[in-house]
Design a protein around this ligand. Structure first.
Ligand SMILES: NC(=O)c1ccc[n+]([C@@H]2O[C@H](COP(=O)([O-])OP(=O)(O)OC[C@H]3O[C@@H](n4cnc5c(N)ncnc54)[C@H](O)[C@@H]3O)[C@@H](O)[C@H]2O)c1
Length: 319
Protein backbone atom coordinates (compact mmCIF):
# COMPACT_ATOMS: atom_id res chain seq x y z
CA UNK A 1 0.00 0.00 0.00
CA UNK A 2 1.36 3.40 -0.89
CA UNK A 3 2.29 5.73 1.90
CA UNK A 4 -0.25 8.47 2.54
CA UNK A 5 1.22 11.95 2.73
CA UNK A 6 -0.63 14.31 5.01
CA UNK A 7 0.69 17.77 4.32
CA UNK A 8 -0.26 20.86 6.22
CA UNK A 9 -2.65 23.01 4.20
CA UNK A 10 -0.66 26.05 3.18
CA UNK A 11 -1.74 29.38 1.88
CA UNK A 12 -0.95 31.04 -1.41
CA UNK A 13 1.06 33.85 0.16
CA UNK A 14 -0.67 37.16 -0.30
CA UNK A 15 2.13 39.09 -1.92
CA UNK A 16 0.54 42.48 -1.52
CA UNK A 17 1.39 44.70 -4.46
CA UNK A 18 2.71 47.49 -2.26
CA UNK A 19 5.31 45.04 -0.92
CA UNK A 20 6.38 44.06 -4.41
CA UNK A 21 6.99 47.63 -5.55
CA UNK A 22 10.64 48.57 -5.65
CA UNK A 23 11.51 45.02 -6.70
CA UNK A 24 12.26 43.60 -10.13
CA UNK A 25 9.57 42.09 -12.37
CA UNK A 26 10.94 39.63 -14.95
CA UNK A 27 8.49 38.91 -17.75
CA UNK A 28 9.37 36.39 -20.44
CA UNK A 29 7.68 37.08 -23.74
CA UNK A 30 7.53 40.66 -22.45
CA UNK A 31 7.89 42.30 -25.86
CA UNK A 32 4.41 41.46 -27.15
CA UNK A 33 0.83 40.71 -26.20
CA UNK A 34 0.09 39.52 -22.66
CA UNK A 35 3.75 39.80 -21.62
CA UNK A 36 3.95 43.42 -22.72
CA UNK A 37 0.78 44.19 -20.74
CA UNK A 38 2.28 42.46 -17.68
CA UNK A 39 5.46 44.56 -17.90
CA UNK A 40 3.38 47.72 -18.26
CA UNK A 41 1.21 46.79 -15.27
CA UNK A 42 4.26 45.92 -13.14
CA UNK A 43 6.02 49.18 -14.02
CA UNK A 44 2.98 51.30 -13.22
CA UNK A 45 2.84 49.49 -9.85
CA UNK A 46 6.41 50.57 -9.07
CA UNK A 47 8.47 47.53 -10.14
CA UNK A 48 11.54 47.63 -12.35
CA UNK A 49 10.61 45.86 -15.58
CA UNK A 50 12.72 43.22 -17.33
CA UNK A 51 11.48 42.61 -20.86
CA UNK A 52 12.90 39.15 -21.60
CA UNK A 53 12.10 38.00 -25.11
CA UNK A 54 13.49 36.20 -28.14
CA UNK A 55 12.64 39.11 -30.48
CA UNK A 56 15.34 41.73 -30.08
CA UNK A 57 13.66 44.34 -32.28
CA UNK A 58 10.31 43.98 -30.50
CA UNK A 59 12.11 44.41 -27.15
CA UNK A 60 13.47 47.74 -28.35
CA UNK A 61 10.02 48.90 -29.48
CA UNK A 62 8.52 47.80 -26.14
CA UNK A 63 11.22 49.65 -24.20
CA UNK A 64 10.58 52.81 -26.21
CA UNK A 65 6.83 52.55 -25.68
CA UNK A 66 7.13 51.95 -21.94
CA UNK A 67 9.87 54.42 -21.15
CA UNK A 68 7.50 57.28 -20.25
CA UNK A 69 5.54 55.06 -17.85
CA UNK A 70 8.76 53.80 -16.27
CA UNK A 71 10.08 57.32 -15.90
CA UNK A 72 6.81 58.47 -14.30
CA UNK A 73 6.96 55.56 -11.83
CA UNK A 74 10.65 56.16 -11.07
CA UNK A 75 11.69 52.65 -12.14
CA UNK A 76 14.09 51.18 -14.71
CA UNK A 77 13.47 49.05 -17.76
CA UNK A 78 15.87 46.36 -18.92
CA UNK A 79 15.50 44.61 -22.26
CA UNK A 80 17.18 41.23 -22.61
CA UNK A 81 17.18 38.83 -25.55
CA UNK A 82 16.63 35.28 -24.34
CA UNK A 83 15.42 31.97 -25.68
CA UNK A 84 13.59 30.42 -22.74
CA UNK A 85 13.79 26.96 -24.29
CA UNK A 86 17.56 27.03 -23.70
CA UNK A 87 18.72 26.66 -20.10
CA UNK A 88 22.01 28.30 -21.06
CA UNK A 89 20.21 31.34 -22.45
CA UNK A 90 18.08 31.65 -19.30
CA UNK A 91 21.26 31.47 -17.19
CA UNK A 92 22.54 34.40 -19.29
CA UNK A 93 19.33 36.30 -18.53
CA UNK A 94 19.86 35.70 -14.82
CA UNK A 95 23.42 37.07 -15.02
CA UNK A 96 22.22 40.16 -16.87
CA UNK A 97 19.49 40.80 -14.29
CA UNK A 98 21.92 40.33 -11.39
CA UNK A 99 24.41 42.76 -12.95
CA UNK A 100 21.71 45.38 -13.60
CA UNK A 101 19.97 45.01 -10.21
CA UNK A 102 22.59 43.62 -7.79
CA UNK A 103 20.83 44.65 -4.60
CA UNK A 104 17.19 44.61 -5.65
CA UNK A 105 14.98 41.58 -4.98
CA UNK A 106 13.11 39.83 -7.77
CA UNK A 107 9.56 40.37 -6.66
CA UNK A 108 7.69 39.06 -9.68
CA UNK A 109 8.54 36.31 -12.16
CA UNK A 110 6.14 35.90 -15.08
CA UNK A 111 6.91 32.78 -17.12
CA UNK A 112 4.75 33.92 -19.99
CA UNK A 113 6.67 33.30 -23.22
CA UNK A 114 4.84 30.79 -25.36
CA UNK A 115 4.16 29.66 -28.89
CA UNK A 116 1.00 28.47 -30.58
CA UNK A 117 0.61 25.73 -33.13
CA UNK A 118 2.39 22.43 -33.26
CA UNK A 119 -0.54 20.65 -34.90
CA UNK A 120 -2.41 17.53 -33.83
CA UNK A 121 -0.85 14.80 -31.76
CA UNK A 122 -0.96 12.50 -34.79
CA UNK A 123 0.26 14.98 -37.38
CA UNK A 124 2.98 16.82 -35.44
CA UNK A 125 6.51 15.90 -36.43
CA UNK A 126 9.19 15.17 -33.87
CA UNK A 127 10.61 18.65 -34.36
CA UNK A 128 7.16 20.25 -33.83
CA UNK A 129 6.81 18.45 -30.50
CA UNK A 130 10.31 19.57 -29.52
CA UNK A 131 9.60 23.20 -30.44
CA UNK A 132 6.29 23.60 -28.63
CA UNK A 133 7.33 21.55 -25.59
CA UNK A 134 10.70 23.35 -25.62
CA UNK A 135 9.15 26.80 -25.27
CA UNK A 136 5.84 26.18 -23.48
CA UNK A 137 7.02 23.58 -20.95
CA UNK A 138 10.81 23.51 -20.75
CA UNK A 139 10.83 27.31 -21.08
CA UNK A 140 8.74 27.62 -17.93
CA UNK A 141 10.80 24.96 -16.14
CA UNK A 142 14.08 26.66 -17.10
CA UNK A 143 12.93 30.02 -15.71
CA UNK A 144 11.46 28.53 -12.56
CA UNK A 145 14.60 26.48 -11.83
CA UNK A 146 16.80 29.52 -12.42
CA UNK A 147 14.91 32.25 -10.61
CA UNK A 148 12.78 30.66 -7.89
CA UNK A 149 15.75 29.53 -5.71
CA UNK A 150 17.04 33.13 -5.87
CA UNK A 151 13.59 34.45 -4.92
CA UNK A 152 13.36 32.02 -2.00
CA UNK A 153 16.80 33.05 -0.73
CA UNK A 154 15.80 36.73 -0.67
CA UNK A 155 13.38 36.26 2.23
CA UNK A 156 11.23 38.92 0.64
CA UNK A 157 7.67 38.81 -0.67
CA UNK A 158 7.43 37.56 -4.23
CA UNK A 159 5.02 36.17 -6.78
CA UNK A 160 5.41 33.73 -9.66
CA UNK A 161 2.89 33.68 -12.48
CA UNK A 162 2.95 31.21 -15.35
CA UNK A 163 0.87 31.72 -18.47
CA UNK A 164 -1.04 28.59 -19.43
CA UNK A 165 -4.36 28.97 -21.26
CA UNK A 166 -7.97 27.93 -21.22
CA UNK A 167 -6.43 25.03 -23.19
CA UNK A 168 -4.64 24.00 -20.01
CA UNK A 169 -7.78 23.22 -18.03
CA UNK A 170 -10.29 21.98 -20.60
CA UNK A 171 -10.22 18.69 -22.54
CA UNK A 172 -6.95 19.05 -24.44
CA UNK A 173 -6.59 19.50 -28.17
CA UNK A 174 -3.38 19.16 -30.15
CA UNK A 175 0.21 19.56 -29.09
CA UNK A 176 -0.48 23.08 -27.80
CA UNK A 177 -3.18 21.78 -25.44
CA UNK A 178 -0.81 19.09 -24.18
CA UNK A 179 1.81 21.72 -23.32
CA UNK A 180 -0.68 24.03 -21.66
CA UNK A 181 -1.93 21.17 -19.44
CA UNK A 182 1.71 20.53 -18.57
CA UNK A 183 2.12 24.20 -17.67
CA UNK A 184 -0.79 23.99 -15.20
CA UNK A 185 0.66 20.78 -13.73
CA UNK A 186 4.12 22.34 -13.43
CA UNK A 187 2.67 25.35 -11.64
CA UNK A 188 0.66 23.18 -9.23
CA UNK A 189 3.83 21.22 -8.45
CA UNK A 190 5.72 24.46 -7.90
CA UNK A 191 3.01 25.71 -5.55
CA UNK A 192 3.47 22.61 -3.41
CA UNK A 193 7.24 22.95 -3.39
CA UNK A 194 7.45 26.61 -2.32
CA UNK A 195 5.08 25.89 0.57
CA UNK A 196 3.68 29.37 0.89
CA UNK A 197 7.02 31.20 0.86
CA UNK A 198 6.07 32.89 -2.42
CA UNK A 199 2.70 33.26 -4.07
CA UNK A 200 2.16 31.12 -7.16
CA UNK A 201 -0.46 31.60 -9.87
CA UNK A 202 -1.37 30.22 -13.28
CA UNK A 203 -3.06 32.41 -15.85
CA UNK A 204 -5.63 30.64 -18.04
CA UNK A 205 -7.09 33.09 -20.56
CA UNK A 206 -9.70 32.82 -23.26
CA UNK A 207 -8.65 34.24 -26.67
CA UNK A 208 -6.50 37.36 -26.34
CA UNK A 209 -5.73 39.97 -29.03
CA UNK A 210 -2.01 39.22 -29.45
CA UNK A 211 0.48 37.93 -32.02
CA UNK A 212 0.22 34.30 -30.85
CA UNK A 213 -1.02 33.07 -34.24
CA UNK A 214 2.23 34.10 -35.93
CA UNK A 215 4.40 32.20 -33.44
CA UNK A 216 6.41 30.61 -36.24
CA UNK A 217 8.26 33.94 -36.42
CA UNK A 218 9.96 32.91 -33.19
CA UNK A 219 10.81 29.32 -34.10
CA UNK A 220 14.51 28.80 -33.42
CA UNK A 221 16.51 27.25 -36.26
CA UNK A 222 17.34 24.24 -34.08
CA UNK A 223 13.60 23.52 -33.96
CA UNK A 224 13.19 23.78 -37.73
CA UNK A 225 12.68 27.57 -37.94
CA UNK A 226 13.95 29.62 -40.87
CA UNK A 227 16.62 32.20 -40.04
CA UNK A 228 15.16 35.72 -40.33
CA UNK A 229 17.48 36.73 -43.18
CA UNK A 230 16.39 33.68 -45.20
CA UNK A 231 12.63 34.16 -44.84
CA UNK A 232 10.59 35.06 -47.93
CA UNK A 233 9.47 38.70 -47.71
CA UNK A 234 6.05 38.24 -49.35
CA UNK A 235 4.44 36.13 -46.61
CA UNK A 236 0.64 36.39 -46.84
CA UNK A 237 -1.37 37.84 -43.94
CA UNK A 238 -2.92 35.13 -41.79
CA UNK A 239 -6.72 35.69 -41.50
CA UNK A 240 -6.88 34.00 -38.08
CA UNK A 241 -4.17 36.35 -36.80
CA UNK A 242 -6.34 39.28 -37.83
CA UNK A 243 -9.38 37.73 -36.15
CA UNK A 244 -7.55 37.21 -32.84
CA UNK A 245 -6.70 40.91 -32.92
CA UNK A 246 -10.28 41.87 -33.82
CA UNK A 247 -12.23 39.65 -31.40
CA UNK A 248 -9.77 38.68 -28.65
CA UNK A 249 -9.83 40.30 -25.23
CA UNK A 250 -7.39 43.10 -24.48
CA UNK A 251 -4.06 41.86 -23.06
CA UNK A 252 -4.38 44.55 -20.37
CA UNK A 253 -7.44 42.69 -19.04
CA UNK A 254 -5.23 39.63 -18.42
CA UNK A 255 -2.64 41.80 -16.66
CA UNK A 256 -5.29 43.38 -14.42
CA UNK A 257 -6.64 39.94 -13.48
CA UNK A 258 -3.10 38.75 -12.69
CA UNK A 259 -2.49 41.62 -10.29
CA UNK A 260 -5.93 41.14 -8.69
CA UNK A 261 -4.99 37.47 -8.15
CA UNK A 262 -1.63 38.33 -6.63
CA UNK A 263 -3.46 40.60 -4.22
CA UNK A 264 -6.12 38.03 -3.33
CA UNK A 265 -4.00 34.86 -3.39
CA UNK A 266 -6.10 33.22 -6.14
CA UNK A 267 -4.11 30.39 -7.79
CA UNK A 268 -6.07 29.56 -10.96
CA UNK A 269 -6.66 32.79 -12.84
CA UNK A 270 -9.54 32.08 -15.21
CA UNK A 271 -9.32 35.09 -17.49
CA UNK A 272 -12.80 35.33 -18.97
CA UNK A 273 -13.48 37.56 -21.97
CA UNK A 274 -16.06 40.25 -21.29
CA UNK A 275 -18.14 39.09 -24.28
CA UNK A 276 -17.90 35.38 -23.35
CA UNK A 277 -18.32 35.41 -19.57
CA UNK A 278 -18.05 32.15 -17.68
CA UNK A 279 -16.70 30.16 -20.62
CA UNK A 280 -13.32 29.22 -19.14
CA UNK A 281 -15.06 28.14 -15.93
CA UNK A 282 -17.51 26.04 -17.96
CA UNK A 283 -14.66 24.37 -19.86
CA UNK A 284 -12.97 23.32 -16.64
CA UNK A 285 -16.28 22.13 -15.20
CA UNK A 286 -17.09 20.14 -18.35
CA UNK A 287 -13.77 18.32 -18.15
CA UNK A 288 -14.12 17.58 -14.42
CA UNK A 289 -17.69 16.32 -14.92
CA UNK A 290 -16.44 13.94 -17.62
CA UNK A 291 -13.64 12.67 -15.38
CA UNK A 292 -15.88 12.13 -12.38
CA UNK A 293 -18.89 10.74 -14.24
CA UNK A 294 -17.25 8.33 -16.68
CA UNK A 295 -17.88 10.79 -19.52
CA UNK A 296 -15.94 11.41 -22.70
CA UNK A 297 -13.69 14.39 -23.44
CA UNK A 298 -15.60 17.30 -24.97
CA UNK A 299 -15.51 21.08 -25.03
CA UNK A 300 -18.48 23.41 -24.72
CA UNK A 301 -19.11 25.86 -27.54
CA UNK A 302 -17.63 29.30 -27.11
CA UNK A 303 -19.12 32.43 -28.66
CA UNK A 304 -15.71 34.08 -28.71
CA UNK A 305 -13.76 31.16 -30.17
CA UNK A 306 -16.44 30.69 -32.82
CA UNK A 307 -16.00 34.32 -33.86
CA UNK A 308 -12.22 33.91 -33.91
CA UNK A 309 -12.11 30.70 -35.96
CA UNK A 310 -15.22 30.84 -38.18
CA UNK A 311 -14.08 32.77 -41.25
CA UNK A 312 -17.70 33.20 -42.40
CA UNK A 313 -18.38 35.59 -39.50
CA UNK A 314 -17.49 39.09 -40.70
CA UNK A 315 -14.87 41.14 -38.89
CA UNK A 316 -16.28 44.03 -36.84
CA UNK A 317 -16.31 47.41 -38.58
CA UNK A 318 -13.25 49.46 -37.76
CA UNK A 319 -14.15 52.82 -36.25
N1 LIG B 1 -3.38 35.01 -27.32
C1 LIG B 1 -4.16 34.10 -26.79
O1 LIG B 1 -5.32 33.94 -27.20
C2 LIG B 1 -3.69 33.28 -25.63
C3 LIG B 1 -4.64 32.57 -24.89
C4 LIG B 1 -4.21 31.79 -23.84
C5 LIG B 1 -2.87 31.72 -23.51
N2 LIG B 1 -1.95 32.41 -24.26
C6 LIG B 1 -0.54 32.32 -23.87
O2 LIG B 1 -0.09 33.62 -23.56
C7 LIG B 1 1.34 33.64 -23.61
C8 LIG B 1 1.78 34.91 -24.30
O3 LIG B 1 1.43 34.85 -25.66
P1 LIG B 1 0.69 36.04 -26.43
O4 LIG B 1 -0.68 35.58 -26.72
O5 LIG B 1 0.90 37.31 -25.74
O6 LIG B 1 1.47 35.96 -27.84
P2 LIG B 1 2.56 36.92 -28.49
O7 LIG B 1 3.12 36.16 -29.65
O8 LIG B 1 1.98 38.26 -28.74
O9 LIG B 1 3.66 37.03 -27.34
C9 LIG B 1 4.51 35.95 -27.02
C10 LIG B 1 5.89 36.49 -26.77
O10 LIG B 1 6.75 35.41 -26.41
C11 LIG B 1 7.98 35.57 -27.10
N3 LIG B 1 8.65 34.29 -27.27
C12 LIG B 1 8.30 33.26 -28.07
N4 LIG B 1 9.20 32.27 -27.98
C13 LIG B 1 10.12 32.66 -27.07
C14 LIG B 1 11.28 32.06 -26.55
N5 LIG B 1 11.70 30.84 -26.97
N6 LIG B 1 11.98 32.73 -25.63
C15 LIG B 1 11.60 33.96 -25.22
N7 LIG B 1 10.52 34.59 -25.69
C16 LIG B 1 9.78 33.95 -26.62
C17 LIG B 1 7.58 36.18 -28.43
O11 LIG B 1 8.66 36.82 -29.09
C18 LIG B 1 6.50 37.14 -28.01
O12 LIG B 1 7.01 38.42 -27.72
C19 LIG B 1 1.75 32.35 -24.31
O13 LIG B 1 2.24 31.44 -23.34
C20 LIG B 1 0.45 31.84 -24.90
O14 LIG B 1 0.45 30.45 -25.08
C21 LIG B 1 -2.33 33.20 -25.31
Amino acid sequence: MSEQHHTEPHKNAHARIENLSGGVAIVTGGASGIGYALVEAAVTRGMHGVIADIETEAIQVAEDNLSAAAHAAGVKLLGCTVDVSSQESVAGLADTVTRAFPDTPISLLCCNAGVGGGGGVLTARDIDWDFVIGVNVKGVANCVRTFVPKMLSQNAPGAIVTTSSQDGICCAQGVYGVTKHACVALTEALYNEVRGALSVHVLCPNAVATNIVTSERNRPVRYGGIAKEARPSDTKANPIAERFKAFGMAPSRCADLVFDAIQSGEFYILAEAIDDPGYVHLEAQTRMDAILNKGLPSRPKSELLTKVFDLRIPLPDKE
